[in-house]
Design a protein. Structure first.
Length: 452
């Protein structure tokens, strides 16, 4: 990296891109970039001194070709003007995943992979290392509520990385220890079918040098990797690391060296206990002290948009969650039902991507049918163009929840304002699009209606 003075990011506002931009800005490089739209994250980057523009305009690209490295995200269209310009004019141009791989090279990489669960688990892991005093640099797929950032920087050589399967990005990493949380079918626009996703995860496992920690039941075997394989789970005594549930969200953490008694994770839900076990398994395998792991789990504040508590009153709960895959939705719904029995459960879901909606329409309908009342919004397209015949209706028609509504995002607040709240209500917003722009207004509206 010493041969470059400028690093230019195309798509700098993405959660993974922004962490790397922050890292190099902190290291003293001249960091600038483009993003399609302003957001709280781009505003935070600008507040840190990074220049960002929001129009596709090659005038903003640094003209010192020899001293400029360009980093882009595959979410950017291939015909985007600035991307074509740098590719045709002699710049070194690399994907975000390659950049993360270069940062991790020669360091002790602790990686978390999985089609879901990886953001909470990697953020928890970075908190365990930081709170224990060991420290780490961390590149996260969400904003840690403990540290207010998706980047942590430490003087030691430990890196915690969220290993993203999208576009096979995680194959740029060669971890010392890695967790694999799940290998469900997703990103079928990239992989084609579930078999190719599993193949990619097995390839990732083959690149781990020390220990692969696999969620109990996943198909990673000694044929797939030379690393040591151990398993983890929630209430799975046959696993090497597992949570033995106690009352009130507490648990005993069993591990090969013994038992850490009476643990709790600072955010609710059995899914987060399982994520806590996965993160603890890396920390313990690395050699962190069990007492410090236990303390860190308890003071974990969570990740923005991951089971993120917006309203928590007697009789009224509102949670925001990034879940955008049927299995993620089912896990979130299960955790909430377990935590809040007897509450009327309202889910608001914004589907993410036309291809994912098309590929998993029936599975989405099944997972969303588990709630008492559903509001289904229009599809958030992200990087995709519309697909004929693919709308939210292909999910909606098969939903069997007692009450269901379909509407545009702009109609949501008026709809909620017209409802009477019962004595016990739990709401959740779900999706990976821009539904998070409404979390504040929804929280304010519900709080005002409750009169508390």
């Amino acid at each position: 990296m010493k041969e470059y003075t400028n690093i230019y990011f195309i798509g700098i506002g993405g959660i993974g891109m922004s962490a790397i931009a922050r890292y190099y800005n902190a290291k003293g490089f001249k960091v600038t970039g483009y993003d399609k739209t302003p957001s709280p994250l781009t505003q935070a980057l600008e507040d840190e001194g990074i220049e960002i523009h929001y129009e596709d305009n090659t005038d903003f690209v640094p003209k010192d070709v020899e001293n400029t490295l360009v980093v882009y995200t595959p979410a950017i269209p291939k015909d985007m003007g600035e991307l074509v310009y740098v590719q045709e004019n002699g710049y070194r141009v690399i994907k975000r995943s390659r950049m993360l791989g270069e940062i991790a090279q020669g360091q002790r990489c602790m990686a978390v992979a999985g089609t879901h669960g990886k953001t909470t688990t990697s953020t928890l892991l970075s908190h365990i290392f930081t709170d224990s005093g060991e420290g780490c640099s961390a590149f996260l797929g969400g904003i840690s509520k403990n540290y207010g950032s998706n980047l942590l920087i430490s003087a030691n050589d430990v890196i915690v990385a969220e290993a993203d399967e999208f576009d096979r990005s995680f194959l740029q990493l060669f971890p010392e220890i890695a967790v694999i949380t799940s290998m469900d079918a997703d990103h079928l626009d990239i992989y084609g079918d579930e078999a190719h996703i599993r193949e990619a995860f097995k390839a990732f496992a083959s690149q781990v040098s020390g220990t692969v920690i696999v969620r109990h039941g996943l198909d990673i075997t000694a044929e797939d990797t030379k690393a040591k394989i151990v398993t983890y789970g929630y209430d799975t005594p046959e696993a090497d690391f597992y949570a033995e549930p106690l009352e009130g969200g507490r648990f005993n953490l069993h591990y090969p060296g013994g038992v850490i008694e009476d643990c709790i994770v600072g955010i609710p839900g059995w899914v987060n206990i399982e994520n806590g076990v996965a993160a603890a398994a890396i920390g313990l395998s690395y050699g962190l002290e069990p007492a410090k792991v236990r303390k860190a789990l308890a003071c974990f504040s969570g990740v923005k948009r991951r089971f993120d508590m917006q309203v928590n009153q007697e009789g009224l709960v509102y949670i925001d969650d990034y879940a955008h895959h049927p299995n993620e939705i089912s896990a979130a719904v299960s955790s909430i039902k377990n935590r809040y029995p007897g509450y009327r459960f309202t889910a608001i879901f914004q589907p993410h991507l036309y291809t994912r909606t098309r590929d998993f329409a029936s599975e989405f309908a099944e997972s969303l049918s588990q709630v008492d009342r559903l509001i289904l919004l229009d599809i958030y397209p992200a990087r995709e163009l519309p697909i004929p015949g693919v709308t939210s209706e292909i999910i909606f028609k098969d939903i069997t929840a007692p009450e269901k509504l379909m509407m545009k995002k702009e109609e949501l607040l008026d709809c909620l304002n017209g409802w009477e709240l019962g004595e016990k209500e739990v709401f959740i917003t779900l999706g990976a699009g821009d539904i998070d722009r409404l979390t504040g207004p929804i929280a304010e509206l519900l709080t005002a209606k409750s009169g508390k």
